[in-house]
Ligand binder design. Sequence first.
Ligand code: GH3
Ligand code: MG
Ligand code: MG
Ligand code: MG
Ligand code: MG
Length: 323
Amino acid sequence: MPAPSPSTSDAAASLCILVVDDDEAVRGSIACHLDRLGHRVIEARDAVWALELFERHRPDLVLSDVEMAEYDGCWLARQVRERDQGGWTPIIFLSALTEATDVAAGIAAGADDYLLKPVHPIVLEAKLHAMRRLCRMRAQLQALSDELQRANVELQRLAWHDGLTGLLNRRGLDEHLDAAIGLAQRSGTPLTIMLCDVDHFKRYNDALGHHAGDDCLRRVAALLKQLARRPMDSVARYGGEEFALVLPDTPRAGARTLAHAITRVFGSAALPHPDSSVAAHVTLSGGITTCDPGTATPAATLLQRADEALYLAKSQGRNRFAS
Ligand code: GH3
Ligand code: MG
Ligand code: MG
Ligand code: MG
Ligand code: MG
């Protein structure tokens, strides 16, 4: 009866197979058979040498004897599994030990299959195909899991960022602010929060339309990003036309300097505003609060203080910062 042939895709690629046996005749005969099937064979007559070859060639599969002088096949399987982290090299034991406990010990050591010697070439070939199929499924699972991980990263980016401006959104700000407060406490440095609100933005929309309003918010976001440009600074879209700046290691004087810079840059960037009571260009009002080193202030309290200061800046005439 002819041997059942495996599917063509299973039979297609040749494998690199590490054959380990202290009996030269057995090893030679297996190697010869695998060679005839078109596989690349590397041979070792003891477990230590096999491990060396494993690390050097990273074979697709290990076919190993169990009983060998000094270190046995179980030792080899354990070493291979330790070095296989994140991957999986199939290991098939070929052994003359027939006790059920020998089989169990071989599998426990890390082997995927355990065949009794002498193994029929057709059985060996069928086992190779089964292992190859498992490896392919494993690779597919790995690819799926990588894709899932990438999708999760993208999902988190979307969940934390604002679609219009690309800045952190409110949820991203909350996460970020908690981390910044913790870091400020641990490092004993002052943390400043600034809330900026576009003045008379409703009138801007009414005069130029919502599309122009969106463009304006993108320009405002880009300018704020340029101004708060230290790697640890972050800028978020807090709400419609409100932005929050989280400025680690920034004392009150540093915050005032940045506030002046913001007012100056918006004056010189001259985003025209056709209907503002403040200036002929887009202006911002801002509220500043600084958390002194060593004080533990919750995020909600800091945001509330910044909001109160912003309200003050608005009531004092806009286009200014208050703290
Ligand atoms: P104030 O100087 O007191 O801040 O006045 P204001 O008009 O800026 O404030 P108000 O809260 O009355 O109006 C905010 C406006 O911002 C109204 C709203 O339509 C607009 N807005 C909020 N989000 C967006 C957005 O994503 N795109 C556009 N184009 N407009 C937005
Ligand atoms: Mg042996
Ligand atoms: Mg507002
Ligand atoms: Mg406003
Ligand atoms: Mg308002």
